[in-house]
Design a protein around this ligand. Structure first.
Ligand code: ZN
Length: 204
């Protein structure tokens, strides 16, 4: 599907999906193929994503590739001179400007491969991902398996009760679930919350 050489270069690929869907593995697979084709590859991730290793893109199954943590999407532009392929992991945590950055890189003839969560734990589109998917030539949605029923999963259900959106993915705090299990879990959480809110009144 993705040619390692083409006459007119420069395009954007997005790999999206829920937690545990294999986004990073797919990103690493494509980047390794580019390296085998003797292309110059640079990989970036937001500095916020330091859960396992400061300078490596690490997937949950510990497949690794060297990467550079950056503070803003603008740094990617500055650090991408003289490369053929730019990989971006955890793209959902970048600022909105990441879309312009990817466009500039692709216009320059660089193949851009961005991987990220397409939805947050509430099922809402995550940060710059929708705009990035619209701009991309190729979008691949990868799926996890629902831990509750075995269907294909595309939601990341958060097990911890905490309203911070930028909680990083760890196996014990998220689980991949399908549409139907997600709806059941959300309904259950909402009714539990309503129950908690009613309780203080009953004590009066
Ligand atoms: Zn399910």
């Amino acid at each position: 599907m993705f040619l390692e050489s083409a006459s007119r270069k420069g395009w954007i690929e997005v790999i999206c999906g829920s937690m545990f869907s294999g986004k990073t593995e797919e990103l690493i697979r494509r980047l390794r193929r580019a390296e085998f084709a003797h292309q110059r590859v640079e990989i970036f991730k937001p500095r916020i994503d330091v859960r396992y290793s400061e300078e490596e893109v690490v997937s949950h199954n510990a497949n690794t590739i060297r990467s550079t943590p950056v503070d803003s999407s603008q740094s990617i532009l500055l650090m991408s001179s003289d490369v053929d392929v730019v990989g971006i992991d955890e793209a959902q945590f970048f600022d909105e400007n990441i879309v312009d950055v990817c466009r500039s890189l692709a216009d320059r003839g660089i193949r851009v491969i961005a991987a990220g969560l397409d939805m947050d734990y509430l099922g809402n589109p995550f940060g710059p991902m929708p705009a990035l998917m619209a701009e991309a030539e190729y979008v691949t949605k990868v799926h996890a398996i629902c831990v509750r029923c075995g269907n294909l999963a595309h939601h990341s259900h958060r097990l911890t009760r905490n309203d911070r959106l930028v909680m990083l993915g760890e196996k014990d705090t998220y689980e991949p679930v399908c549409r139907h299990c997600f709806a059941e879990l959300r309904a259950q959480e909402i009714s539990e919350r309503e129950h908690r809110e009613r309780e203080p009144e009953a004590e009066k």
